[in-house]
Unconditional design. Structure first.
Length: 146
């Protein structure tokens, strides 16, 4: 499957991102509906992975926590597009956006099942496992090159 990454900028982009999040988080993983959209969606940069037909096959978002840090989250890839590098390319795009916005580090609240993935992408775990919306997670952090 071929795909490209771009940031949400057209009518319908956020709706496409939310549809993928609903499909994976709510239907496949059973998260409750209030998970989306949330207050951060309005201020976040949203990246989309689109296949050659223009269908959204992955998404993620990043937003500023403070002058130094961006938080990346709600990253998801459809089952048919997994293991093709879509997630890594989305993460790279979100990290690039954070760099362009002048921040020095990014953090994620990773589900434990995704912790190894983020560590392979250069993230380091911090602290203990915590519960976020009924799911065990761990904070992981990555410093960005200047």
């Amino acid at each position: 499957m071929s795909f490209h990454i771009r940031f949400a900028s057209r009518p319908g982009d956020l709706e496409a991102a939310f549809a993928i999040r609903r499909r994976v988080f709510e239907v496949d993983e059973g998260f409750p509906r209030p998970i989306l959209p949330d207050v951060w969606d309005g201020v976040a940069d949203h990246a989309l992975a689109l296949d050659t037909e223009g269908r959204c096959v992955g998404t993620g978002r990043a937003y500023r926590l403070d002058a130094r840090t961006f938080r990346i989250g709600r990253q998801v890839v459809t089952p048919e597009a997994r293991n093709l590098g879509v997630g890594a390319r989305l993460l790279e795009a979100l990290e690039r956006m954070a760099t362009l916005r002048g921040v020095k580090e990014v953090v994620v609240h990773a589900q434990l099942s995704a912790e190894d993935y983020y560590q392979k992408q250069g993230y380091s775990p911090e602290g203990r496992v915590f519960d976020e919306k009924g799911t065990p997670r761990r904070l992981l952090r990555k410093s960005l090159a200047p």
